[in-house]
Ligand binder design. Structure first.
Ligand code: PLP
Length: 451
């Protein structure tokens, strides 16, 4: 049993001494001390000092079912007793991986009937990168090697995922991007739209894809990868003209479309997948996070009939991870999906919770610090600005005001994340209307204190 009762100061000192945190400035954290989370239930976290914190981020956009579901614990324990591990390499398989692959094929849109299991979102995108390039090699077109993605998109932090993503801070460390990855601008009308209407801007940003394809040569481009709604980039919702134009372009030039649904999958946008909400037809879809509601790591690449057939008929696909299709993770995912379905959680999130949250979230736009307030399903953002009318940015370092606001939220026992000077939310799908009221009240208070 893990000792949850060590004093906070002692835990913080041990944390600083031995624990290297992801995406964290170690020295700054050591000085301040981490906030230590000890338990959770529903949408509420508890820290080592006993404070109750409303988690408006569902962990890291993943605890869709909420915390504390015994059914998932039991599913993991049952599977661990029966078969804690076996691999899916070398012509073996097992029941949890088989049943989960079948279930995902049923749920996924279009003809995404084939599943390659991975350990996380990042390594799922590494898989996708190899899949699309290998697909074109097998089709006799190895020169189709380039992959296009978007600045400020996020596809993970491995060499492949980090290169596909368009986060300049990631590219600045360790030799990314790897060869053959090219970026176009994101469809962020609020920050970058200038005098254009959102509709004109959406078209112009989509047409950057066409320009990039023509610049590289259509015969050299394997795929375009994007999130339906950019999550880690700040919940950037593209104007309505954007996705139809992207679909036209990929079809016209024979480019594969990889939709990264690591955040948007499993109900986040109010339907099972963002592809349905936004009417997008991908060739490959990346899923992770919500597939197990974050209770255990799992990622998957959902692959179309056409691509799977070519890959299967080629030589051995020399790719995979020890934990591809880990039986315990697959068992938890199956149980998570069963609960999402049988309890009607996604249906309720889409029809009841999302409209209520939208109304409340958008009401924050009357706050003097808030410019745009955007939301799709249960993922939302507000852009902080010193002047709404001109959509101005704050003087000084970008993200300073966002950071202050996030700190105010945290002090008010609300987890919201800041991405530069945008504040984002992505609460568990099981959040109640009363909890939404509480979230908005704490967010408003924190905004007042940021002023
Ligand atoms: N893709 C998207 C859209 C994500 O948001 C993330 C993580 O936030 C990833 C990929 C990477 O997933 P992981 O952190 O599981 O590697």
């Amino acid at each position: 049993m893990i000792d949850n009762h060590l004093p906070t100061a002692e835990l913080q000192a041990l944390d600083a001494a031995h624990h290297m945190h992801p995406f964290t400035h170690g020295a700054a954290l050591a000085e301040k001390g981490a906030r230590i989370i000890t338990s959770a239930s529903g949408v509420w976290l508890q820290d080592s000092d006993g404070a109750r914190i409303l988690d408006a981020m569902a962990g890291l956009w993943c605890v869709n079912l909420g915390y504390g579901r015994e059914e998932l614990v039991e599913a993991a324990a049952r599977q661990m007793r029966q078969l804690p591990f076996y691999n899916t390499f070398f012509q073996t398989s097992h029941v949890p991986a088989i049943l989960l692959a079948k279930k995902l094929a049923e749920l996924a849109p279009g003809d995404l009937n084939h599943v390659f299991f991975n350990g996380s979102g990042s390594d799922s995108n590494d898989t996708n990168l190899r899949l699309v390039r290998h697909y074109w090699e097998l089709r006799g077109k190895p020169e189709k090697f380039n992959v296009i993605s978007r600045w400020n998109g996020y596809h993970g932090s491995t060499m492949g995922g980090g290169s596909l993503g368009g986060m300049k801070g990631i590219h600045a460390q360790g030799g990314l991007p790897i060869p053959g990855i090219h970026h176009i601008d994101q469809p962020d009308w609020w920050s970058e739209g200038g005098d254009m209407s959102p509709e004109e801007f959406g078209l112009s940003r989509a047409r950057q894809l066409e320009e990039k394809i023509l610049e590289l040569g259509p015969d050299t481009v394997a795929a375009f990868i994007a999130e339906p709604v950019q999550g880690a980039g700040g919940v950037i919702v593209a104007p309505e003209t954007y996705w139809p134009e992207i679909q036209r372009i990929v079809k016209e030039y024979g480019i594969l479309l990889i939709l990264d649904e690591v955040i948007t999958g499993f109900g986040r946008t109010g339907r099972w997948f963002g592809a349905e909400t936004l009417g997008i037809t991908p060739d490959i879809m990346t899923v992770a996070k919500g597939i197990t509601s974050g209770y255990i790591p799992l990622g998957a690449s959902l692959v179309s009939d056409r691509i799977a057939q070519v890959i299967d008929e080629g030589d051995e696909f020399a790719h995979g991870y020890t934990y591809s299709g880990h039986p315990v993770a697959c068992a938890v995912a199956l149980e998570n999906i069963r609960l999402l379905e049988e309890e009607g959680i996604i249906a309720r999130a889409g029809s009841e919770i999302a409209p209520y949250l939208k109304e409340k979230w958008e009401s924050l736009a009357d706050h003097p610090l808030v410019g745009e307030a955007k939301i799709v399903g249960l993922m939302g953002s507000i852009a902080l600005t010193p002047d709404k009318a001109s959509r101005a940015k704050f003087k000084g370092d970008a993200g300073t005001v966002g950071y202050i606001c996030r700190e105010r939220c945290f002090a008010n026992n609300l987890v919201m994340r800041h991405v530069g000077d945008r504040m984002v939310i992505s609460p568990p799908l099981v959040i109640t209307k009363e909890e939404i009221d509480e979230l908005i009240a704490r967010a408003r208070l924190s905004l007042d204190e940021t002023l």
